[in-house]
Every structure is written in C-alpha cells, then in structure tokens.
Design a protein around this ligand. Sequence first.
Ligand code: PLP
Length: 387
Amino acid sequence: MNEKVYLDYAATTPVDVRVLAAMQPYFSQFFGNPSSIHTFGQQAEAAVEQARTTIAQALGAQPHEVIFTACGSESDNLALRGAAFAARQQCKANHILISPVEHHAVSRTARQLADVFGLEVEYLPVDAFGRVAPENVAARLRSDTALVSVMAANNEIGTLNPIAAIGDLCQARGVPFHTDAVQYAAHLPIDVDALNVDLLSLGAHKFYGPKGIGALYVRAGTPLLPMQTGGSQEYDLRAGTQNVPYIVGMGRAFALVQEEHAQRTAQLQPLRDYLIEQVLERIPDARLTGHPTERLPNHASFVLRGLDGHTLLTLLDMAGFACSSGSACKTGNPEPSEVLLALGLSREWALGSLRITLGKDTRPQDIERFIETLPPLVVRARQLATR
Ligand SMILES: Cc1ncc(COP(=O)(O)O)c(C=O)c1O
C-alpha cells in the first residue's frame, strides 16, 4: 500500500539498465582521454564518435553537427548566446524572437542578452494553449533578427509547437532557428531537415540516459561562437575533455528511444487520456493546461482553483505519489509560474498547478490508485488554503 509511485518523468527519468551497462566500461576500463594519441585515447575517442554518429543518424544529421554539452540547459545557452554573439559580430544583427513560455534555460539567457549585452529580445504571442502561430513569427522577422527560438514541446504544459512551419519561415528569411527539444526528444522522432531547424537542444536524462550530459545539433554553416573556450574539442564549439561514459550513455539511450518510442507512446497515451478524463470529471474547478491533443503523449497538467500547488504536492508525496507543479526547477518558489500567467490564467488558478508525467514503468494500476487518492487530497489542500 505504501509503495511509492513516480509520476514526474518530465523532471527526470531513471537510467535504463541497458544504458548503464553500456556506460560502465568507460569509467575504469576504457578511461582514456579522447584527445590523446595513444591506444587508450583512441578507444575513448571511438566511443565518443560512435555515440555522435548514433545521435546524428537518428536526427538525420551529420556527425560533425552534433556537439556534446553538459546538459540541456547548456545546449540552450550555447545556442542562444553563441548565435547572438556570432550574428552580432558578422552582420550586426541585434534582435531575438522567443516565445514567452520557454524553459528558464532559454528565457533567462535571453533576458541576460538583453540586460547585459543590449540585445533586443521580443516575445512572440502565444494562444491559450501556449502555442506560437507561424504567422506571428512571420510578422516579426526583421532584417536584423539574429535568432528565433521556440520550444518544440513545453515542459510545464506539454504543448507541441508547429516547429516545421516556423522553421520554414526562418529558413526563407535566412534567420537561424533554434528549438529546445529537451522534452520532445524523449517521445517523438526528430528529423532536423523536416523540422527546418538550425539548432536543436537535447538532454539525456529526460530519455533514460544519465544526468549531466546533453547535445546541441548545429546545422553546418550556422554562425555560432563557442561559450566555453579552451581546447578544440567538439569542433571548437565546446572546450573541455569529453565525459566519455556519459556520452556513451546518451548515445545508447537515444538509440533506445528511436527503437521504442512508438511502443512507449502506445502504452502511455491511453493511460494519459484516461487520467485527464478522470481528473476533470472527479475534481471540481479543475482545468487542463496546454493543448488537448497537440501535447506530449505522457503529459497531463492541470490547474486547480483555490489551492497551493506545493501543498498538494506534499500531500501527494505523503500518500506515495511523486508529481510536480510544473517545472522541476520551480520547487520552493511560491510565485505562480510565468508560463501559466502567459496563458492568461489568473493567479488564483495558476497557483494550483499540478503536472503528472508518465514513463515507461507506469502501470495502469498506478494511475487507478492515483485518481482514487487525488480527490480527498484536493479537498484538504483547499481547506488549508483558506486558513
Ligand atoms: C524544455 C526544457 N529545456 C531545458 C531543460 C534543461 O535541461 P537540463 O536539466 O538537462 O539542464 C529542461 C529540463 O527540465 C526542459 O524541460
């Protein structure tokens, strides 16, 4: 009865045992520095290049277009700052377009580019589901636009964006286009040519790989300055001795997503739909956040009026369920999420956010138990909020 149920796969996932097995030899057995000339170095380099090739093939890219970083956040930072500085240096472009519902790794980087480096950051409008309409991008592209960044899938509300259409517009105007695909890549296949993207961020721990490793796809020819300088690793775009075991793990985990995503979606989506239906039916004053259909297959997110989301999360945790109020990074922050406010929700609704994200170990009985457990806890959280 007290078994813990993890329903926060958008925050992170456990490392797949097959991924762990692939990583293990690269800690102590094949420990060489990939930049060394000798056999130890060659073995490590071969493993890094194998992982790079695996990821590139899955993306429809060339291996030299995949740059390993330390996490999804670093990939976003490199994309934004690197593209902004390169554009400014090469053609004096100074304008950046982003959506107002980006992960902090994008939004705070953009804010720093504006506040410290004087770039002009313009926010694209989003609809009530958090989607960016391509025509709103078209209307705002300028001759001095250095970069457009719109996330592929939102971490808090699960909404998918029309990335291919936005990318098409950017390509036609010769403006580099970045998408944060950190959540998207865990569930949906990516073809960088079909999506018309120039820069695309990945993070391994969202798809059963280790934490602390990510990658940035950089289309050949995209102007980009390195943000970490030093050695010439990663095609001069990210200095530092590569984290070989983690890169191997990321390569293996990404290969497994490609093989298994259809089966994972077939398992999770009906469970997710059932969960959404039941929550909306059983909980008064509850609304789904994000798009009803154009959303990540494992993602259910709600706002529940008149309660504090963090109180509800604590009650759920005590009852054995690990959920989230939106983004893992917001834990401890009593303010409503900027993302939910950008959708036009009032503070009274936005404070009561609940995100339930399913993963490959989620069983139907877990969801059944969750929907039985939730209603009295919502009543309790509402009572506590009125005290
Ligand atoms: C959409 C999105 N972008 C970026 C990140 C940051 O990734 P990382 O935790 O690997 O730095 C996250 C993590 O939650 C995310 O959901």
